[in-house]
Design a binder for this molecule. Structure first.
Ligand SMILES: Nc1ncnc2c1ncn2[C@@H]1O[C@H](COP(=O)(O)OP(=O)(O)O)[C@@H](O)[C@H]1O
Ligand code: SF4
Ligand SMILES: [Mg+2]
Length: 341
């Protein structure tokens, strides 16, 4: 990949309390190209949000962060709050699952969008309001010139999420992190939000890191996918390749289970037998081994590297897996089945 807009290298995040240390993210690396949509998937608690908050510089002081986070070539891991304040909202922005908790209930939405513009772009009140109307239009809010003067409680959940997106893209950031942006919404509203994200990528060239539980969202919206398990990266591939030729047993479990009897049409991440391990320690072994049908001595004594799965792929390989025994046989998923019909 040439010149990624966001590059995360060997990122580890742990939280220390008096009684225990939680190793939430363990040596995670990924790149995002300009205008690319990278989906990040994995069961609840696997470190997706902590990774996003680390990139945004929004973790609490109890977090210990190691590794490198480069935004447009500039290192931001360990940057001061003042430096981060300059890039946050301007170069990189984030939207969350529950827009109501991020909006201020006593300010109009126009005011809230305008504040970002005035802070980062020095616009006057009048200019900021005019730009807010344009942004509401950009995210598909009908009658934006009227809506700009409304308060959050006057909008539906889907419209509030659109407002959050408008605030996030107000300063035309190069990267937008969307953490489960459609999870709290019903299916038709979800589709509208995904369309907005796609159109932002097309019209503004925004790269999007899309964190989701929903394999249907991944198939519809992503260019590439990063699968995480218990704080570690386990597989990464272009979206079609991941669905057609998943190599890591965990990814195969996620995708294969969609087709189990009674599983057809199920879009959420399915249950895989066994529990996600405790994050009190990250073993020097494969941390999926207790749930893996292919585990052997090597798996339980040595940590697999996050390596290219095809031998001729080279150092810049798009398809990687952290597994001593990457699986070969294709699995049937809804995507590959449709392609064969
Ligand atoms: N502020 C915090 N203090 C301690 N542990 C945390 C904190 N935030 C997250 N964690 C832990 O980090 C792990 C990863 O959480 P998270 O990134 O939120 O998972 P998810 O993949 O569901 O987004 C979880 O075990 C969670 O309990
Ligand atoms: S390294 Fe071993 S235990 Fe881990 S996923 Fe691969 S085969 Fe399973
Ligand atoms: Mg989360």
């Amino acid at each position: 990949m040439t010149n990624p807009v966001l590059s995360v290298r060997d990122l580890s995040v742990s939280f220390r309390s008096d009684t225990r240390t939680v190793h939430a993210v363990d040596h995670l690396s990924y790149d995002v190209a300009p205008g690319e949509v990278l989906a990040v998937v994995g069961e609840s608690g696997c470190g997706k949000s902590v990774t996003a908050m680390a990139v945004m510089g929004l973790l609490p002081p109890t977090a210990r962060i190691e590794g490198s986070i480069r935004l447009g070539g500039t290192e931001i891991a360990g940057a001061s709050e003042k430096e981060l304040g300059r890039v946050r909202g301007k170069d990189i922005a984030m939207i969350f699952q529950e827009p109501m908790s991020s909006l201020n209930p006593v300010l109009t939405i126009g005011r809230q969008i305008g504040e970002v513009l005035r802070r980062h772009q020095g616009l006057s009140k009048k200019e900021a309001r005019a730009r807010a109307v344009e942004l509401l239009d950009l995210v598909g809010i009908p009658a934006p010139a009227q809506r700009v003067d409304e308060y959050p409680h006057q909008l539906s959940g889907g419209m509030r999420q659109r407002v959050m997106i408008a605030i996030a893209v107000a300063c035309d950031p190069s990267v937008l992190i969307a953490d489960e942006p459609t999870t709290a919404l019903d299916v038709t509203v979800q589709a509208g939000i995904l369309e907005v994200l796609q159109s932002l990528r097309e019209r503004l060239g925004t790269a999007i890191v899309l964190i989701t539980h929903d394999l249907g969202v991944v198939a519809d919206a992503a260019d590439r996918v990063l699968v995480m398990y218990a704080g570690r990266p386990v597989e990464q591939a272009p979206v079609h390749e991941l669905f057609a030729e998943p190599r890591h047993p965990y990814t195969r479990g996620l995708l294969g289970a969609v087709l189990r009897p009674g599983g057809e049409g199920k879009r959420r991440l399915p249950e895989i037998p066994g529990l996600v391990p405790s994050l009190d320690a990250q073993p020097d072994a494969c941390n999926f081994a207790p749930r893996c049908a292919h585990a052997d001595d090597q798996c339980t004594t040595r940590r697999p590297g996050f390596k290219a799965v095809s031998l001729d792929a080279g150092a810049d390989a798009a398809h990687r897996a952290a597994c001593w025994h990457p699986q070969e046989t294709p699995v049937l998923t809804p995507t590959t089945q449709e392609a064969g019909q």
